[in-house]
Ligand binder design. Structure first.
Ligand SMILES: [Zn+2]
Length: 278
């Protein structure tokens, strides 16, 4: 199979060679033989779906789901600023190779104007139920990148894991997939929980559920605390993303949008969790 390396990942690869030697140069992207252009009502940019012939039926189902997911995510966060290319990978291995992440649980990967997804045809039957929410989750990541960043700088901007994943998880209503607040609270009181709270993305390999639950509930609380009233909260958080696009750091944009600092929010969240509140 002919494979090509995409441009910016190629730059990353060069950096890998310089810093780590050749071992991390495994980012490969297959060439997809089929492409479908999808126009979505209310969106000025089309969605491009790329896939293999064996996934033609899957793609037909995905089209309807994408329409629903786009409705849910853009209603809250505004419209896409650029077209998005969705690549349907024929198996798990090809997805892992394309993103260079050895995560067995990985099913999709979002970037500024691209979304990779492992063909649902290859998923375990039970997991297919999670597909609509997963698509909304991933499209919310794409929307976040397009709202906060430019094509040339999105991968350089520092956005905390809890905000990135929490925004996607809450938008996709994935609360039922996460640990309950009470259970998370108990975890955060342990020695491990304190370390998890400091750097959740570090524990993704073994404690994915804990890390994503933390992100979900932190973002949920932010929605309440940033304005108190739900619709206003979304607008303020949208302003946070706009602030970043204007050149502010995440912390600077957070403070301007919410009226309190990121550090103050973290402190308050951690105190509430320790006391087992909410
Ligand atoms: Zn995510």
């Amino acid at each position: 199979m002919f494979r090509r390396r995409i441009r910016w990942l190629g730059v990353l690869g060069v950096l890998c060679i310089l810093v780590l030697g050749q071992s991390c140069l495994r980012i490969v992207l297959p060439t997809f033989p089929h492409q479908l252009e999808l126009r979505i009502q209310g969106q000025s940019h089309p969605l491009l779906l790329q896939f293999y012939g064996m996934d033609q039926r899957v793609v037909r189902e995905l089209v309807g789901l994408f329409r629903q997911s786009i409705f849910v995510s853009t209603r809250l966060w505004g419209s896409f600023r650029q077209s998005v290319t969705i690549r349907v990978f024929p198996n798990h291995r090809s997805l892992e190779e394309a993103v260079n992440r050895p995560h067995r649980w990985l099913r999709a990967w979002a970037m500024y104007d691209e979304l990779y997804i492992q063909a649902p045809r290859t998923w375990k039957r039970g997991r297919l139920r999670s597909l609509p929410k997963l698509l909304t989750h991933e499209l919310t990541h794409v929307l976040m990148y397009q709202r906060c960043c430019l094509r040339g700088d999105w991968f350089r901007k520092s956005i905390p894991f809890w905000f990135r994943e929490g925004m996607a998880s809450v938008t996709a209503s994935q609360g039922s997939w996460r640990m309950s607040r009470k259970k998370l609270s108990r975890v955060l009181q342990t020695k491990f929980g304190k370390k998890l709270y400091q750097n959740p993305s570090r524990y993704l390999m073994r404690f994915q559920r804990e890390a994503y639950s933390l992100a979900h509930w932190m973002f949920f609380d932010l929605l309440d605390r940033c304005a108190g009233e739900r619709t206003k909260s979304y607008r303020r958080l949208e302003n946070l993303l706009v602030g970043m696009k204007q050149g502010l750091s995440f912390n600077g944009a957070f403070h301007r949008a919410c009226g309190f600092s990121h550090q103050a929010f973290r402190r308050k969240f951690s105190l509430h969790r320790r006391r087992g509140k909410r």
